[in-house]
Unconditional design. Structure first.
Length: 428
């Protein structure tokens, strides 16, 4: 009797444990879905929608999605319906989505609705702000929308400025201008990326740069404090050196790029000190390179006259390091729109590269990039003749990134000139 009772009790406990496990797994799945729509996992919900959604294109698909958005029984279906409406990019759906944002209580669905509205541009921002002002959307829902709009913009810019290998190719003028209508509502989501854990170095850099496009002077003091914080943004150096020494060098490089981005942004916000510190360091690097070359020239004579000789690889290395340092300073001036200084500094780079090449294929990648950056500077200053001249020199020296040229707003002032198309055709 006791043995049989024990077996029954064990079976009951086993059933209870299985049920509890299934329940826990369901909760974890739901939690994962809630978190998946966040900035740390971009495009997750959109991928899920593309895989499972039955909402088609056109009017029929829009009507079906609007009907599903009102279904109280299936939160996944509501999220998919919201994102389907966002992909339609139909201004008539803005009111439907904003009303749904105000009524929705599921955090995951609310994020999906906010992401859908974020796809609809400035009209979406205006509609959410108006709904908040009249009380149709509460503060939390409006904050969710601001976070998703910032997330969407950062993801879009990241895809635009990076190449196939994920490295940043460059920045064009005001890439975050679509966030400007958000105003101060963008501040907290951007700071979450800059100071939060789980975000890549690229995401942090983009968020810092966004403050410059927003001209958010209220963000300057916090960014300045971060710039002066020894352990920002990746924590204790000693801890990193002990726990993951293999990543230390990459981490320090990422930190340096982020600090440069903060210096550039603070300069745009009226705080010059970090940029002047950066400028001073870069000039000191140039001076050290010049001192090294002067020391060698006392032994070997003019290094520039020997740079193209195959036996003098070390000499060539010293000259290229100098020119890279000169180029970094020119790029810094360019980033803060100190165009006169940038033109002068890029001119030094071109002169050095021409001395280095001497008819050979040395450092031509840096040469065509320098000419291209000069073309962008002149175009931003509406100097059409100089911009087209530098663009032609960039193409002639090997610049072939036509995809970048097509989307680079720096060149907008010269696109309508008939010579622009003829110059590009030379290299195709």
């Amino acid at each position: 009797m006791n043995r049989r009772s024990d077996r029954m009790i064990r079976r009951r406990w086993l059933v209870i444990a299985v049920v509890a496990f299934i329940g826990s797994a369901s909760c974890l799945a739901a939690t994962h879905f809630d978190r998946s729509a966040s900035l740390t996992s971009p495009f997750f919900v959109e991928r899920q929608t593309a895989e499972r959604s039955g909402f088609g294109e056109g009017e029929t698909g829009r009507i079906a999605a609007e009907r599903a958005l009102r279904d109280p029984s299936d939160y996944r279906l509501r999220a998919e319906a919201a994102l389907a409406l966002g992909r339609h990019r139909d201004p008539e759906t803005i009111g439907t989505l904003v009303n749904a944002l105000g009524a929705e209580r599921s955090p995951s669905v609310r994020r999906a609705i906010a992401r859908a509205i974020a796809m609809l541009g400035t009209e979406g921002i205006t509609a959410v702000k108006a709904a908040r002002d009249r009380g149709a959307v509460d503060t939390d829902a409006a904050a969710t929308f601001a976070r998703e709009k910032v997330s969407s913009c950062l993801e879009s810019v990241a895809l635009t400025v990076t190449g196939f290998n994920g490295e940043v190719k460059g920045f064009f003028r005001d890439p975050f201008r679509e966030l400007v209508p958000l105003g101060g509502d963008a501040r907290d989501p951007l700071f979450e990326v800059v100071f939060g854990s789980g975000y890549s170095a690229l995401a942090k850099t983009l968020a810092v740069r966004a403050f410059g496009d927003l001209r958010d002077a209220d963000a300057a003091s916090r960014l300045f404090d971060a710039y002066n914080e020894p352990d920002f943004p990746f924590g204790n150096r000693l801890e990193l050196r002990i726990l993951n020494p293999a990543r230390l060098a990459d981490t320090l490089d990422q930190e340096e790029e982020l600090r440069k981005a903060i210096a550039f942004t603070l300069y745009r916000l009226g705080e010059e000190r970090p940029f002047r510190d950066l400028e001073s360091k870069q000039k000191n690097t140039i001076d050290r390179r010049l001192d090294d070359i002067a020391m060698l020239e006392r032994i070997y004579g003019s290094l520039w006259d020997r740079a193209d000789q195959a036996t003098d690889k070390g000499i060539l290395h010293y000259l290229e390091m100098l020119n890279q340092a000169e180029w970094e300073l020119a790029y810094s001036y360019n980033q803060v729109h100190m165009f006169d200084d940038a033109i002068r500094q890029y001119g030094i780079v071109v002169k050095n590269l021409e001395r280095l090449n001497r008819g050979k294929d040395v450092s031509t990648g840096l040469l065509n990039l320098t000419h291209y950056n000069l073309a962008c500077i002149h175009a931003q200053r509406n100097d059409v003749e100089s911009a087209l001249r530098e663009l032609e020199m960039a193409i002639d020296s090997g610049f072939r990134d036509y995809g970048w040229i097509d989307k680079d707003r720096d060149l907008d002032s010269v696109r309508s000139d008939p010579r622009f198309a003829r110059i590009l055709a030379k290299g195709r």
